[in-house]
Design a protein around this ligand. Sequence first.
Ligand code: 3HC
Ligand code: NAI
Length: 711
Amino acid sequence: MASDSIHPSPVSYELRGKVLLVTIDNPPVNALGVDVRRGLAAAIEHADATDAVEAVLLVGAGRNFIAGADIREFGKPPQPPALPDVCNRIEACRKPVIAAIHGAALGGGLEVALGAHYRLAVPGAKLGLPEVQLGLLPGAGGTQRTPRLIGAEAALSLILSGRHASAQEALKLGLVDRVGASDDVLAEGLAYAQELLAAHAPVRRTRDAQGLADRESAQAAIAAARTDTAKKSRGLFSPMKIVDCVEAALNAASNNAFDDGLRFERKQFLECLDSPQRAGLVHAFFAEREVQKAPETKSATPRAINTIGVIGGGTMGAGIAVAALDAGLPVTMIERDDASLARGRAHVEKVYDGLIAKGRMTADAKAQVLARYTGSTSYDALAQTDLVIEAVFEEMSVKQAVFAELDRVCKPGAVLATNTSYLDIDAIAASVSRPQDVVGLHFFSPANIMKLLEVVVPKQVTADVVATAFELAKKMRKVPVRAGVCDGFIGNRLLAVYRAAADHVMEDGASPYQIDKAVRDFGFPMGPYQVIDLAGGDIGWASRKRRAATRDPNARYVQIADRLCERSWFGQKTGRGFYLYPEGARTGTPDPEVVAIIAAERERAGIKPRSFTDEEIIRRYMAAMINEGANVVHEKIALRPLDVDVTLLYGYGFPRYRGGPMKYADMVGLANVLADIREFAKEDPLFWRPSPLIVELVERGANFASLDQSA
Ligand code: 3HC
Ligand code: NAI
């Protein structure tokens, strides 16, 4: 057909002997968009209708079998055939259908394979049902067929975690029948199909599998999953529904009513699809990928990075060194003197010793990693290093002295990076003879664990240096966000503002304990005062003192934290801060003395305390965060609203299921956020100045998402 030659179907089929080879070719990952669903259904029709076809082999073109439903179709009007019908149609085929899996068989991709009668995976394949990570549940029979095939316990573990199983694990679980000897999926698949034909292997439908025959053990697994999910999946919508679906599978199995189970699953799936959590999580999925595509990554080629230097072996330097070692890179650490160098090495070793203690690393593996690590007190050791990251004290003069040394010893073309949290990187760059090589790499503590990496782009840096920073992030498995130079870049700049909003609420009448609880209930793992106690109150105190001279005298300044610091109550490390930590406890208890100090501060400031509901607290906290997020986009510090979202999600514990502060603003309605800001401004117009970007978007009836799309 003519139209076919213009829009060829992404699913093609051809006869190979007696086997109909069906190839799904829908780049980049063979997602199950409407054309793929149609193509699969048509291929099965053809197989049933054609005498020469004795078996069907499903394979994916490119690097994957099928990565799942097409996530971009969510929220749009559904187009037939629905995926569950396609899976049913495959299963109903009168000739054996074999799925040959390489790369990803995820979500709907695995569900298609479960609709087939036999499954083979090649060694590099990864199989899973990751829908839970998108606020969903497997909605094309996955919650029904998986337990029938591999039992309730294994199915629940796979579906609730969303993890990827290797080919070998899938074989052990019974998810696949065979692991091919080579990675040549076509050859392995065809050979397996021939073998099955030669053996007259029958059509074998997963709906008839007996994995739920032991009803008692399935019931026990479901009850255990229910208890565990109630504990672990705080605030999440889909996990409990997954347990319900597996329970429905069990009931359907007992009553011989597979299709009832499917119907139940469909209903739950559609409820998840309509949920704000699905919208938040899918936004996070795409935003995480979009941030990697900064303009410099398209316009420039990264420089080669084969060696890393780290200056400073404190909290951050050691963490960065571990991140680089874990990425397989050799690391040279520079410290001030031998004692500090030894301390730096000890910090690095402590991380690996922790892994050994937990049984996650062997002593041999540690020795192998540390063979790539050297330390020195002489900058000359960096003469051949490709990229150096400075993590010394947060003092401009100290940083500039370090950069002067780097300028002296490093080879031409070496990338010179700073991990500064707040300092002006343009000023650091201007102090050396090669400002074009200077970039900010702002890691988060602990640097070997936290995913976020702000790539801070000063004025004079060249594009290939920025591209190199993104390449390094990839090697280190970090999520890079491009940021411009300003006080605090994206994340810390927002943090300063929403913490100030929390301080205002505290001084006006809420306790830090209520604020922390409200913030936790919103979905953050910790409240702001717990975070201060964890990080050490002295850090913020030092920067407040540094800024005292430049602070606007008319700006509201809450002194409660200063009162605690003056008593050396720096948080967990000193046994008390906003909370008490008796005998080294990790969880704090409320402190009546802190409550008294707060009361005294209110009195000093002439404030008559009033009460706040948790909702009022969150409205202020979020309005402050969103407003400053809009400011950083407006000033082009962040490329798009989604870059702000990713920063908060990966560096500050923002609940992923809410998508980030900017996505959250779109969901509650930007006009509502603006109304809140204007309301709060009646009390404190200096603090609550609506961002010009929000005003403009509300005026033209637009939202933040419109900027994500147009950027
Ligand atoms: N739908 C639409 N687009 C998808 C997609 C999907 N399911 N999965 C990946 N993509 C896109 C990505 O957005 C990206 O697009 P871009 O190039 O424009 O940025 C491109 O494919 C490549 O993706 P990655 O950069 O992630 O490539 P990797 O090679 O690193 O990873 C992968 C490949 C492991 C398949 C990874 O993309 C992934 O985990 N995808 C999501 C899998 C998933 O969640 N599947 C379940 C979907 S829900 C479902 O199936 C419901 C069903 O039960 C009814
Ligand atoms: P730290 O005090 O733990 O470590 C600093 C280290 O630098 C010390 O070991 C010190 O001996 C060494 N040092 C100082 N001057 C030196 C010099 N001239 N040459 C070589 N080594 C020198 O400090 P931390 O927390 O690791 O912070 C380092 C940098 O990272 C700062 O710029 C900080 O703002 C930034 N940062 C800190 C984060 C945190 O959570 N601690 C998070 C992100 C960035």
